[in-house]
Design a binder for this molecule. Structure first.
Ligand code: GDP
Length: 362
């Protein structure tokens, strides 16, 4: 399953956000999740389309896509050199697909800031530096071996060349994501397990009064995100915790009073999904409506593989309709009669919101 790691300096609101996520997770208790480590929460990817499809196919059961959120504590200045929890946190970050970086954008003299002042640009630089130092350290250890092996295996020369460019970049303060560009480079760099190649979503944490538009601090975060091609959201971790405690039916009104149409948590989840280049297709029947997560650009057999690897191997064809047609016309039969149920082959590129039945050999 996909994983997002929450990072940030101490006292910026990570645990508050994570606890709000965990509270929401409890509501999803009737979904078939395994319970995992205490610092990992599973959240449902919100998708309004599922209920609409369920109404048409008449099933009470929705199985949404999920995302794992990991609370990664212990990142402080000097962490890459063993300060704080030291290197422990690094292994957790290596395992995530995307990073949610919580940045403190609220003033509160009762809550100590580790650096003694509220300065989002400085905080972001501190964390970025630790991650770059950790990557530099691991690449320098890797390159000697790579060079040696490349003398025997010429295929490795491309890897060596990329590794050298990454090392040069990191020494100059350039994160790996700015260096690794083409799909080929991305493929080559996979085995480097870099921290600074992961996509980042900045979550600028403000007090309730600064929702929804933020403040001067969030303006600074927005600039930094824009410069580095990252995404950013303004959230209030504290308000999220309040929302999580409210009964479901009272939430819309509360959100509206804050000037929001969706909880910050749901925005984080949706944005992370986009950030990772993911989309959803559905399978739908009397048993359940099920959302499946695939890459944007995935062809039909790969999409089938999200359900089971046998579906991918034995793929014959896909019967596809758009969820819009299904909802508008009211049944699969009517979609078929209208000539809008398509039979697609191996080369079909699945679209977001497709409702699919796969035909396959076992
Ligand atoms: P972490 O160390 O990053 O996990 O930070 P915590 O989530 O434990 O938050 C540190 C303190 O800041 C807690 O006392 C929170 O209640 C408080 N806090 C979090 N967000 C806000 C906020 O938006 N405004 C204010 N005033 N306090 C906040």
């Amino acid at each position: 399953s996909l994983r997002c790691g929450i990072v940030g300096l101490p006292n910026v609101g990570k645990s508050t956000l994570f606890n709000a996520i965990t509270a929401k997770q409890a509501e999803a208790a009737n979904y078939p999740f395994c319970t995992i480590e205490p610092n990992v929460g599973t959240v449902l990817v919100p998708d309004e389309r599922m209920q609409l499809i369920a109404d048409v196919v008449k099933t009470p059961t929705l199985v949404p896509a999920t995302l794992e959120i990991v609370d990664i504590a212990g990142l402080v200045r000097g962490a890459s050199k063993g300060e704080g929890l030291g290197n422990q946190f690094l292994s957790h970050i290596r395992e995530v697909d995307a990073i949610v970086h919580v940045v403190r954008c609220f003033d509160d003299s009762n809550i100590i800031h580790v650096e003694g002042k509220i300065d989002p640009a400085d905080d972001i630089a501190t964390i970025d530096t630790e991650l770059m130092l950790a990557d530099l350290d691991s690449m320098e250890r890797r390159i000697e071996k790579l060079r040696k092996n490349a003398r025997k295996e010429k295929d490795l020369l491309l890897q060596v060349e990329l590794a050298e460019r990454i090392i040069t970049g990191l020494s100059e303060g350039v994160p790996a994501r700015a260096i690794i560009q083409s799909p080929e480079e991305k493929e080559l760099a996979r085995q480097f397990f870099l921290l600074t190649s992961k996509p980042i979503l900045y979550a600028a944490n403000v007090g309730e009064a600064d929702l929804p538009d933020g403040n001067a601090y969030t303006g600074r975060v927005a600039e930094i995100a824009a410069e580095s091609g990252s995404m950013m959201l303004i959230i209030s971790a504290k308000s999220e915790a309040d929302i999580a405690e409210l009964p479901e039916e009272e939430r819309p009104e509360f959100l509206e009073s804050l000037g929001l149409d969706m909880s910050g948590l749901d925005r984080v989840i949706k944005t992370a999904y986009d950030l990772l280049g993911l989309q959803t297709y559905f399978t739908a029947g009397e048993k359940e409506v099920h959302a499946w997560t695939i890459r944007k650009g995935a062809a039909a057999p790969e999409a089938a593989g999200a359900i089971h690897s046998d579906f991918e191997k034995g793929f014959i064809r896909a019967e596809v309709m758009s969820y819009r047609d299904l909802i508008e016309l009211g049944s699969e039969q009517k979609v078929k009669e209208a000539g809008k149920l398509r039979s697609e082959g191996r080369d079909y590129i699945v679209r977001d919101g497709d409702v699919i039945v796969f035909r396959f050999n076992v």
